[in-house]
Design a protein around this ligand. Structure first.
Ligand SMILES: Cc1ncc(C[n+]2csc(CCOP(=O)(O)OP(=O)(O)O)c2C)c(N)n1
Ligand code: SF4
Length: 478
């Protein structure tokens, strides 16, 4: 391992930061910030180790979100806390690439902790560089999982209380306790001596990754002088005295020599099956699109389907969205999962539009299709002024609410006429088709057929239920 200290810009950095608006020759970090030092160590190591062309640097959310301004290597920006998940995907789909998961203490220790610890436990062949500056730097210095007891931050103005916030998270110690990781070390980027140790630790982690030995973690104690409200020197003193006494600088684990290189995990899938599936998907659109009349739709039609879990509410929304899609409309479907899936209320949002859909969330609904009383109670007030309520009159008793309301005897029709109460959602689908006339009957039929692919009897029952729903509307308008 080279011990030569490189002055000037390392090869792993771009010569000029062209992507950076404003000044093109300096980083955006505050003076004394640990990110700058660590970036430099990474840039020189990746280049020295000959890994520049196949390393992917993950820019997390946090002050280092703009890492891609600087590194002359592949980089990818990911949502907050998701670096280990993305790293896993990258390295598993292309085992020849090396992935640096670069994460702050908020990113790794808070929002992304589960993903991080699971990746560590799986022993993914990635190097995680954990930047522990004890605060959420980017957002102005809020309390982080690693904030020290008594440390004042924006959100702990009287100091971190271990009574209410608990003790700081000792990430390296936790990871070292797992069997899979091969290398775990904590360093501090303060004095030249400490920075040299950090430089070696980082190179060791990269080397193990290159040798495919598995998961390595290096935790860097660094400064965020701006949020600590200290100058750079006092910040370094504080790290060495206070931070390092809580988070001791040491190598917790280094067992790479005992491990053989990890074997690549390759996806097991049958290319022919994928091709067939894609081909079949094309057949889902069997008619000539140009020949299907699309009635005028101004703006978006925003629909909320709601009922009990088990009434096929999510399928109902999906059938509408799919039918709209078959009709050449833009369609979104957003299910609401959670405890509602078991016996409580279930709901989903569907948006149909001629143009791009802004948001799939339906807050104010043009149409509510309600299949039980709690749904009306919960979503009734969300109906737009000229909105339409379509409801299952078997389960819902409605006092006049001034909206246009269509009652459908869905559950009774499904039970008595079709012989299966589970088809009540298709009765409601038929009602929706009849009331709006927006989507061609053929699209609904195709939607049902596609949805229950291969289940001839179920398709037949639901198509009958759909037609019964259409019929019922003609006679049941309020
Ligand atoms: C999903 C999500 N939640 C919250 C935020 C707000 N946010 C931006 S950066 C940040 C914390 C960053 O702190 P840390 O990971 O310690 O990095 P630092 O800025 O200190 O380098 C938070 C909470 C966000 N961008 N996205
Ligand atoms: S706020 Fe803190 S972590 Fe962010 S750039 Fe400034 S010193 Fe660095």
């Amino acid at each position: 391992m080279s011990k030569k200290i490189i002055y000037g810009k390392p090869k792993g950095f771009f010569d000029v930061y062209d992507r950076r608006p404003g000044i093109k020759n300096s980083t955006h970090y505050c003076p004394g910030c640990g990110h700058g030092i660590l970036h430099k160590l990474i840039a020189e190591a990746v280049s020295d180790l000959g890994m520049l062309d196949n390393t992917i640097f993950i820019c997390p959310v946090g002050c280092s979100v703009f890492g891609y301004y600087y590194f002359d290597m592949a980089s990818i920006s990911v949502p907050h806390g998701r670096a280990p998940a993305v790293a896993t995907g990258l390295v598993r789909s292309n085992p020849e690439c090396f992935v640096i998961s670069y994460q702050g203490d908020g990113d790794l220790g808070a929002i992304g902790f589960n993903e991080f610890i699971q990746a560590a436990n799986r022993g993914e062949n990635i190097a995680v560089f954990f930047v522990n500056n004890g605060v959420y730097g980017m957002t102005g210095g809020q309390l982080a999982p690693t904030t020290l007891p008594g440390q004042k931050t924006l959100t702990s103005p009287y100091g971190r209380s271990v009574e209410t916030e608990g003790y700081p998270l000792k990430v390296s110690e936790m990871v070292a306790a797992l069997d899979s990781p091969v290398y775990v070390e904590r360093v501090a980027l303060t004095s030249p001596k400490n920075i040299r140790a950090g430089r070696q630790a980082l190179r060791k982690a990269l080397t193990y990754m290159k040798e495919k030995k598995g998961f390595s973690l290096v935790e860097f104690l660094v400064g965020c002088p701006v949020n600590l409200k200290k100058n750079a020197k006092d910040t370094n003193d504080w790290i060495e005295k206070d931070m390092a006494s809580y988070f001791p600088l040491k190598c917790f684990k280094d067992i790479a020599a005992e491990r053989s290189p990890k074997k690549s995990v390759t996806g097991i899938y049958d290319k022919e099956k994928v091709k067939t599936a894609l081909f079949e998907a094309e057949k889902i659109h069997p008619f000539d699109e140009a020949s299907v009349p699309v009635p005028a739709l101004k703006g978006e039609l925003r629909i909320k389907c709601a009922g009990f879990g088990g009434q096929g509410i999510l399928s109902l929304g999906m059938l509408i969205a799919e039918a709209g899609h078959l009709q050449n409309l833009k369609a979104s479907w957003l299910p609401s999962y959670g405890p509602e899936m078991r016996g409580g209320t279930a709901n989903c949002s569907v948006v149909l539009s001629r143009d791009s859909i802004g948001s799939p969330i339906v807050k104010v609904a043009d149409v509510i299709i309600a299949m039980n009383q709690p749904s009306v109670d919960r979503f009734g007030d969300d109906l737009a002024e000229k909105g339409v309520l379509i409801y299952d009159s078997v389960n819902i008793k409605l006092s006049d609410n001034g909206h246009r309301a269509y009652s459908v005897n869905a559950s009774i029709i499904a039970k008595d006429v079709i012989g299966d109460v589970r088809c009540a959602n298709s009765v409601m689908l038929g009602a929706f088709c009849e009331i709006f006339g927006l989507i061609d009957e053929r699209s609904f039929i195709n939607s049902i057929t596609n949805n229950f692919q291969g289940k001839g009897k179920v398709i037949e029952l639901n198509l009958r239920a759909f037609q019964e729903g259409r019929k019922s509307v003609k006679t049941s308008q309020k």
